[in-house]
Design a protein around this ligand. Structure first.
Ligand code: NAD
Length: 482
């Protein structure tokens, strides 16, 4: 194993970052690029020993970091954001080679947002307070005490964005961190470790370990010294992690999958509704929040479908490094097989592919054609299960009542999107939807101070603004006599 690989001219350390040291493992796993299947490198494959070392480093660093003033913690978080901003181009190019998402969106959207994650939570920390109040002359004072070493486990679909959405508030709160990125996209987390060290984050405050979920992931989440586990990923993994956490009563935050609806009412601006629907193919459909179930009022279904097909057929699928590309590849051969399996089974059960329905083998990578399926039954797998690829279903409804019933008829509850020109209808429908986020005539507009998370199988807890600090802190109320 070599210690460093070069990805499009950017050097990336393939070892763990534990304490202030780079640490190798005897074993490795192979990281490949979804763009063309090329091998990017061999990455350290940690296990129980590396988990022990990383949690040990986080535990040793905790008392000093927890005692560091809020102002100093905020200063260092801003310095990390500066470091991210200086390296936006490098981070963007490495992330695109590693997970196949569009370079232009990494450059202009994702990596600036990574920096913003640090700035936002640094600034929020300085305003975080709770007014003292009195009980029979006694003062109640609420303090936000750091909870301790925190394990953060993240998926591959938006690797550095989702990792820093957890790392930034955990560090701001005064916790120390062990971050384990997904094995299909391990690289930018390693660059983040370099950036944090250069920004002056003390040794052991942020540790990054690499490896497989069932190995080092499991060792981390079952470790008795871990005081918080924050996980973003799939429901089956969350269930395994919750079992480990239950044995030690480790507090958990879970951000999981979805099968979100887009409800299009006849009174909607149809061009806007079509734009919203086509947007669901972003990131080749690998977005937890994607509204993959399009529910359209019967009276406009034909016109909506015609305009949708017209617009979706003009999407350009190809190399994610090309500025003109709209849809890149899917992450891994296993993911492509999984997507294709869902579509084949749906078609086998009578679904009709209005567009797409097969992989695109002509493009040389892991591409699946943007797909729209109609004639799907409400209780079918394709309507009920998350595909995590560019596959949408279209169903119709006759009444508002039916629209709400179909929208809520799922075990998930992450998000919902409405297209309607009637504000009263929007309010009525929104009040009845089970979802952590509802967008009305828009999609993906997010403010970090808003609560974010899912209901039902889409998650446990909320992150964002004060909710993140609520999770990463042990709140303490001190009652003082007059
Ligand atoms: P996954 O559950 O397979 O893996 C996620 C992470 O968990 C990886 O780092 C993996 O190594 C680790 N892991 C696997 N087994 C583990 C174990 N036994 N113990 C500890 N860690 C383990 O999910 P994925 O395929 O990487 O991600 C896709 C899923 O993530 C989708 O369901 C998607 O909807 C969801 N997601 C949710 C959000 C959200 O904010 N709600 C955001 C992005 C993705």
């Amino acid at each position: 194993m070599t210690d460093k690989i070069t990805v499009a001219g950017v050097a990336v350390d393939t070892r763990h970052f534990i304490g202030a040291e780079r640490v190798a493992s005897a074993e490795t796993f192979t990281d490949t690029s979804p763009i063309d299947g090329s091998v990017l490198g061999e990455i350290a494959r940690g296990g129980r020993a590396e988990a022990e070392a990383a949690v040990g480093a986080a535990k040793a660093a905790f008392p000093a970091w927890a005692a560091t003033s809020r102002a100093e913690r905020a200063r260092i978080l801003h310095a990390i954001a500066d470091g991210v901003e200086k390296r936006i181009e490098e981070l963007a190019i490495v992330e695109t080679h590693d997970n196949g998402a569009l370079l232009r969106s990494h450059r202009r959207g994702v990596m600036p947002r990574v920096a913003h994650n640090f700035r936002f939570f640094a600034d929020w920390l300085l305003t975080l307070d709770h007014d003292d109040f009195e009980t029979r002359g006694h003062t109640n004072h609420v303090s936000w005490d750091p909870a301790g070493p925190s394990v953060l486990i993240t998926p591959w679909n938006a690797p550095l964005m989702l990792a820093t959405w957890k790392v930034a508030p955990a560090l701001a709160a005064g916790n120390t961190v062990v971050l384990k990125p997904a094995e299909w996209s391990p690289l930018t987390a390693s660059l983040l470790a370099d950036i944090a060290a250069e920004a002056g984050l003390p040794a052991g405050v942020l540790n990054v370990v690499q490896g497989l979920g069932a190995e080092i992931g499991d060792a981390l989440t079952s470790h008795p010294d871990v005081r918080r586990i924050s996980f973003t990923g799939s429901v089956p993994t969350a269930q395994r992690i919750a079992e480990s956490a239950a044995a030690r009563l480790t507090p958990l935050s879970l951000e999981l999958g979805g099968k979100s609806p887009l409800l299009v009412f006849a009174d909607a601006d149809l061009d806007l509704a079509v734009d919203l629907a086509v947007e669901q193919y972003d990131n080749a459909g690998q977005v937890c929040l994607a509204a993959t179930r399009i529910l359209v009022e019967e009276s406009i279904a034909d016109e909506f479908t015609r305009r949708f097909v017209d617009k979706a057929s003009r999407l350009k699928q190809g190399d994610p490094r090309d500025e003109a590309t709209d849809l890149g590849p899917n992450i891994h051969p296993r993911q492509l097989e999984k997507i294709d399996g869902f579509v084949r089974r749906a078609i086998g059960q009578g679904a009709r592919a209005v567009i797409g329905g097969t992989p695109d083998t002509g493009l040389g990578g892991l591409f699946y054609r943007p797909t729209l399926l109609t004639d799907v039954a409400q209780d079918s797998e394709i309507v009920q299960e998350e595909v995590f690829g560019p596959v949408l279903t279209l169903q119709t409804f006759a009444t508002e009542e039916e629209a709400v019933r179909l929208a809520n008829d799922t075990r998930f509850g992450l998000a919902a999107t409405l297209a309607t020109g009637d504000h009263e209808r929007a309010e009525r429908v929104t009040a009845r939807l089970v979802a952590g986020t509802v967008w009305v005539n828009c999609f993906f507009v997010r403010d970090l101070q808003a609560p974010f998370g899912g209901s039902r199988h889409s998650g446990v807890g909320r992150e964002g603004g004060t909710w993140s600090f609520d999770f990463y802190c042990d709140l303490k109320n001190t009652v003082t006599a007059p």
